[in-house]
Write a protein that binds this ligand. Sequence first.
Ligand code: UGA
Length: 336
Amino acid sequence: MSILILGANGFIGSHLSEALLATTNASVIAVDLAQHNLDACMTHPRFQFFQKNMLTCKKDITDYIKRSDVVLPLVAIANPSAYVNNPLGVFELDFEANLDIVRQCVEFKKRIIFPSTSEVYGMCPDAAFDEDVSSLVTGPIQKERWIYSASKQLLDRVIYAYGKRQELDYTLFRPFNWYGPRLDNIFNPKPGASRVLTQFIGNILRGENIMLVDGGAQQRCFTHISDGISALVKIIENKNNAASQAIFNIGNPIANSSIRVLAEQLIALIATYPAYAALANRAQLVDVDANTYYGPGYQDVQLRVPSIQKIRAALDWHPLVGMEEGLRQTLDFYLK
Ligand code: UGA
């Protein structure tokens, strides 16, 4: 089986490439602008890397799609501060560029495994989000944060419609706050430049205050990348077609933490690394209102818990890595 990963150098793409080479017989066609996260793959005989921009090298991308059996289009902006500061950029890349890939998968009859997002549920009031039942709840247009959620939701609907017409074999997967090594660059000092975990690690290491948006009571289920990847490998293997024409949440409902508790846990864990203990002990938690931190286009999600009954039943998957173990493993990567 030949698997095309667009955005292979990214957080999910690089971990997935490594796992596919290590645990399956698949060949990987990897495309990205850079290759610094792919050192472990570059010399593997089943790995081919092409340094291409999918927006400008369209003919090459079409050629790779034709040569593959399964396509994973992982190129996207996935950072809330970008949703409010560069909404059209999010639409152009996350929606328009990916719509083109979806259509080519229809044209060339390729299976697509597409990253939807936990963000599509938005402010859904359900205690646990169900892929096939929960409502998708976003805010008014002026709250530009939702352009990412809306772009992904519309692509989900387009893919579903092609699938229903039996023109596309698809799986939509919804990551819930995946984290781990290579998540974001912790050396980017701009507030909101990375997702919360890497933002906080960077804050502590630079001796800055940790900013808790609206007090940090909002909760997320933090899912270790190794659990996310084991689910994706099962989706790619697709035993008995159990992953075809399906939407799956991929998250860890037990690893539910408020942002404040995450900050406290990180400070305590970083304090156990002798070289960084002094910095951790100096770290201060400071409340900031969302308007000041992100601007008026932001609106937050208070509770985001996935139901994982569906993927458990279809693919016999469940997460294995608890929060403390996952955070420690991530800190080992960034601090050692
Ligand atoms: C994320 C991103 O949209 C995507 O990475 C992804 O699609 C999705 O969720 C997911 O991984 O499931 P969100 O969880 O809101 O959205 O993003 P973070 O930037 O990680 O923020 C988490 C929470 O921490 C938010 O409530 C935010 O306000 C808060 N935060 C963030 C702070 O309190 N302080 C900070 O310095 C940064």
